[in-house]
Design a protein around this ligand. Sequence first.
Ligand code: M6R
Length: 374
Amino acid sequence: EKGGYKHFMLKEIFEQPRAIRDTTLGRISLDTGRVFLAEMEISDEEFRDIEKINIAACGTSWHAATAGKFMIERLARIPVEVDYASEFRYRDPIAGRNTLGLLITQSGETADTLAAQREMIAKGSKTVAICNVVGAMIAREAHGTIYTHAGPEIGVASTKAFTSQLVALFLFALHLAQVRGSVSEDESRTLVEALSLLPGKVREILHTCDSECEALARRYSGARDALFLGRGIHYPIALEGALKLKEISYIHAEGYPAGEMKHGPNALIDETLPVIVLATKDEHNRDSVLRYEKTLSNIQEVTARSGKVIAVAIEGDTAIRQLVDHVLCIPAAPELLLPILDVIPLQLLAYHIAVRRGCDVDQPRNLAKSVTVE
Ligand code: M6R
C-alpha cells in the first residue's frame, strides 16, 4: 500500500507531480490562458462585486491561505484577510454580502474551519471551499468547491495536499482576475503555461534533492532548534517548513520573515543553529529580485554570527554559493508559483531528519489526521 516507499509521507511527497497535474486538469486552457471552475453557485457578477475575501483555515492549510493572499491580491486586486479558523469567530469579524468567505481544508471536516464557515454564512457571505475530500462537510455547506485532486493523504504531515491547495488557490486567483478584468490575456497565457510546467519541475527537484536532503539530515539531525526564513510569498513557506520539521522530528523550529531577524531572533544565532533560507528569485519580476537582494543581506547577518545557512535557490545561482554552507537548487518559475517548488526540499529535509531521529513519521505523537474538536 506504500508502493515500495518506507513511509506514506515519502510516497505522498513523491506523488506531488501527479497531484499538481490532476488539480489543474480540465481547468485550464493553454490556448487562451483561461481558467474554468465548475460547481460554483456564485455568478461572475457576484465575483465582480466582491470587496474583500476572508480566508479561514488551520495548520498547513493556513499556510496555503497566507500564500494565497499574495496570489489573490496580486492578480485580482481584492484585499484578503487570513485568519486562523480557531480565532475567526471570536473577533466579531467584519463580513457581509460583499465579502467572500474562503475555507481551505484537506479533510473538509476540521471543526474550527467548519465553525468559521458557519459564522461567515451567518453574516451573509457566500463561501468557497478548497477541499481534498469529495462530499466532506465543509464542501457540502459551501456555495462552491474547488477540489484538490491530491488523492487520499494518509501521513499526518500534510504534503501533497498543501501543494495542491497552492495550485487551487492560484487557479482561483487567476479566475477572479479574469472575471474582473485585472489580468491581460498575455499574462494569463504565460501564467497558465508556467503552471503546466510545474509537475516536471517538481519531478526534477525530487530527483536531485532527495539524496542531498538525506545527506544534510546526517549533519543536522542532532540540532535542538532550527529557523526557517523567507520574505513575501515565501514567508508562509518558511512557516510550513518549520511546522513540517517540528511535527515529525520534534525539533523546535520557527518560521520568520527574514527582515524581522534583527528585531529579536538574531539573538538566538550561534554555530549550532541551522537556518534554512528561501532565497529564490524570479528574474522577470522586479519585486522578486529586490526581495532576493534583501534576503542575501539577511543571510549575511546570519553567517556573520556563525549560524549555519542552508539556502533554497534557483539553479545556476552561483553568487549564493559563496555566502552559505549548503544550497538546494530548484528550477526557475514565476514568483507566485515558486512556493509550489521551494516547499519540496523543506518537506524532504523534515522527512529525512525525522527518520534519522527514529521518529514515527506517519503518526507523530499527540497528533491526529483530522481534528474534529474545537
Ligand atoms: O484537514 P485540514 O486541512 O483542515 O487540517 C488542518 C490541519 O489540522 C493540518 O494541516 C495540520 O496542521 C497538519 N498536521 C500539518 O501537517
